[in-house]
Design a protein. Structure first.
Ligand code: 5GP
Ligand code: ZN
Length: 114
């Protein structure tokens, strides 16, 4: 998608602090961090929302979670704790329509979310 900011990051057309890259997913620091650790894990493939995923995407989504877990361990927040979030559409707070997993850590996160 030519007008998608995350597709542009995947293509290297806009800069991002890349933390992981493989054949299927890319991880980078969020531009506007909401916690001391705030990373995004995205598929290379443009998928607008979770509603466009199905059982055929379970390995891709599982890989996104596995990369987040491994980044949490690499940053030493696995024992203190972290949160993985996938927002969907307006009520879920989604603002970029290319699915992404937020990894948030480094402070006590409130629950329930606002
Ligand atoms: P959402 O609200 O869709 O769940 O999350 C989108 C996230 O993408 C936000 O946390 C926002 O700060 C981040 N974001 C938006 N544009 C960019 C960008 O150009 N670069 C990076 N690194 N993060 C971005
Ligand atoms: Zn995209």
């Amino acid at each position: 998608m030519s007008d998608c900011v995350f597709c542009k990051i995947v293509a290297g057309k806009i800069p991002a602090k890349l933390l992981h890259e493989d054949e299927f997913v890319v991880a980078f620091a969020d531009l506007n961090p909401q916690a001391p650790t705030h990373l995004l894990v995205i598929p290379r493939q443009h998928i607008e929302t979770l509603n466009e995923t199905g059982p055929e995407d379970s390995s891709l989504i599982g890989r996104m979670v596995a990369v987040a877990t491994s980044l949490a361990k690499a940053r030493g927040v696995d024992q203190s704790g972290y949160r993985c979030v996938l927002n969907c559409n307006a009520d879920g707070g989604q603002s970029v329509f290319h699915i992404h997993l937020h990894l948030l850590a480094g402070r006590k996160l409130a629950w329930p979310p606002g």
